[in-house]
Structure formats: structure tokens, C-alpha cells
Design a protein around this ligand. Structure first.
Ligand code: SF4
Ligand code: SF4
Length: 281
């Protein structure tokens, strides 16, 4: 059996979120959707306070509760490598999987992919969240930032649409870069792991003792390790190295803290007023 998954070293992660951006670029995900997300939280009491980071993709569970509750069979686990996918052609957007998953990794698509992109069709045409020019100004008609052609290939085994940014009214989440796993040149890689500046994400076959993540676990046998919410019975395939967040961990909210995508679009359209601090000369 092959079961793709990850080992994520939370001690190595320094919270740069390059993985988050790499995923967005690779999969053209819409505003407010973060298939890879980095939780930021504080531990300890003043003056001994630490800021910690925990990247969180879909856990590609061996017992995926999202698939159990899906009424159409659109959410399924691919037998050949254990990736949990959404068949976009079959998904009816009921959002049961979003409720059934304990990890908060599912993102509904409320708008057409092009409308949901940063800098497109928003009220502040010409300026995106970061204050730079609209993406629409930057790309020519051959470029589709909401749909990368690498995702146009039908996905095995159903030969349906299940890769990259999902159509309107359909659920999306991390696919472990399924388009890469099905390619000749990029099999065995994901955008997040490839981009991580700290090499904190080890991707590979969790059932193969010689895979990179399994070797990394052996090299770090003395370190604490944990999986998320194992008591839910989902059997997640992401193993974290480092200390598990304590019950007293305090989350730090920021721009990619989970929001309903429509709320994220509303914030983008009406960004908070910037505050200028006057400095006495
Ligand atoms: S993390 Fe959630 S969405 Fe991903 S496979 Fe597990 S239950 Fe399903
Ligand atoms: S790219 Fe690596 S170091 Fe940066 S936030 Fe993601 S996991 Fe952490």
C-alpha cells in the first residue's frame, strides 16, 4: 500500500508562510481559501513567552470522516496512493464534508473562480489587498490566474475534474498536489514542501520505511511527535515533530486566519483605514 502524507517539523518552521503562498499560486485558490494554513500561537507567561507555528494541510486521513458524510460520493480516497480528493463533477456543494471534517481544511467556492481571485472584479479595481496594482492589469488574455492549465487533465481513477481551483458551488481543499503526483517530472513533490525555506515539510509515502518522511522520523527519534485530534478516529497521515500546542496556547489572528471566503472578500473590498503615526521631530 502507498499512503502519501507528511512529517512537519514545527521546531524548524519559522512562520514565513511561503508554503501558504506556494499553494495558492500552484492551485489558484480563491480569496479567503488557504489549503495550506500556518497556525500562529503564543505559549508561556510573560516574560517567558514563545511564538509557535504549526502548518496545517488536509491530513489525508486513512478514515476520512469527510468522505463518510458525503451524500454523493464526490469526496473519496484514492486507493493507489491514499490522497483524499473531491470529484468536482459530482460535488453538489452541500458542505457536509466541511462539517464532518474536524480539521477545518475545506473551503466552499461561492463565486466563479475568476471573480474569486485577488484583484479581480472587486470594488477596489486597481488595488489588491496588498495595495499593489490589480492582477487584471498584470496578466494578458492568455494567462488565467484562476485556472492553471496543469489542472485541466482529468484525474485518475475516475477521469474527472478534481485538481486545482474548484468551480463555483463546489468544495475545495488540499489535494497533495495531485497533478504533480500524476506527472512524470514532479511526482513525489508538493508546492509547499518544495518551497519551504526551512525544509520543515517532508512529503512522501508514510507506509514506506525508506521514504523521506519516515527517514526523518527515525533521525529525530528523541523528539516529541503528535498527530492532530487522533481521538476522532480519522487516522490522519500528517505527523508533527515538536511539542503539541498546550491547552493554554493563545492563537494569534492575522490576515490568513480562517474566515468564510465571503467575509474575506468583504474585508478586501473595505480594508481597514490605515493609521499613520505622527512622530515628533
Ligand atoms: S483532514 Fe478533513 S478533509 Fe482532509 S481527509 Fe481528513 S477528514 Fe477529510
Ligand atoms: S514555508 Fe516552511 S517555514 Fe515557512 S511557514 Fe511554511 S512550513 Fe513554516
Amino acid at each position: 500500500m502507498t499512503q502519501l502524507g507528511m512529517v512537519i517539523d514545527t521546531d524548524a518552521c519559522f512562520g514565513c508562510r511561503a508554503c501558504v503562498e506556494a499553494c495558492k499560486v500552484e492551485n489558484n485558490t480563491p480569496r479567503g481559501a488557504f489549503w495550506m494554513h500556518v497556525f500562529r500561537y503564543e505559549e508561556g507567561e510573560y516574560p517567558d513567552v514563545d511564538q509557535e507555528f504549526m502548518p496545517r494541510p488536509c491530513q489525508h486521513c486513512s478514515e476520512p470522516s469527510c468522505a463518510d458524510v458525503c451524500p454523493t460520493g464526490a469526496r473519496f480516497k484514492r486507493e493507489e496512493d491514499g490522497i483524499v480528493l473531491t470529484d468536482y463533477d459530482r460535488c453538489i456543494g452541500c458542505r457536509y464534508c466541511e462539517v464532518g471534517c474536524p480539521y477545518g481544511v475545506n473551503y466552499a467556492q461561492f463565486r466563479s473562480p475568476e471573480e474569486a481571485q485577488y484583484g479581480f472584479a472587486n470594488e477596489n479595481a486597481g488595488a489588491d489587498w496588498y495595495g499593489s496594482g490589480s492582477l487584471a492589469d498584470e496578466v494578458d488574455s492568455d494567462s488565467t490566474p484562476w485556472r492553471n492549465p496543469v489542472h485541466d487533465e482529468p484525474v485518475a481513477p475516475r477521469q474527472t475534474n478534481a485538481s486545482g481551483n474548484q468551480p463555483r458551488g463546489v468544495m475545495g481543499k488540499c489535494t497533495l498536489c495531485v497533478h504533480r503526483q500524476d506527472s512524470e517530472s514532479k511526482r513525489g513533490t508538493t508546492a509547499c514542501a518544495e518551497t519551504c525555506a526551512a525544509d520543515a515539510i517532508k512529503f512522501g509515502d508514510m507506509d514506506d520505511p525508506n521514504s523521506e518522511p519516515r527517514r526523518y522520523l527515525r533521525q529525530n527519534q528523541g523528539k516529541s511527535r503528535f498527530k492532530l485530534m487522533e481521538d476522532r478516529g480519522t487516522k490522519p497521515n500528517v505527523v508533527y515533530l515538536g511539542e503539541e500546542p498546550s491547552a493554554d496556547a493563545r492563537p494569534i489572528e492575522d490576515a490568513d486566519t480562517f474566515k468564510d471566503p465571503e467575509t474575506a472578500i468583504e474585508i478586501e473590498n473595505h480594508p481597514p483605514e490605515s493609521v499613520e503615526t505622527e512622530v515628533e521631530q
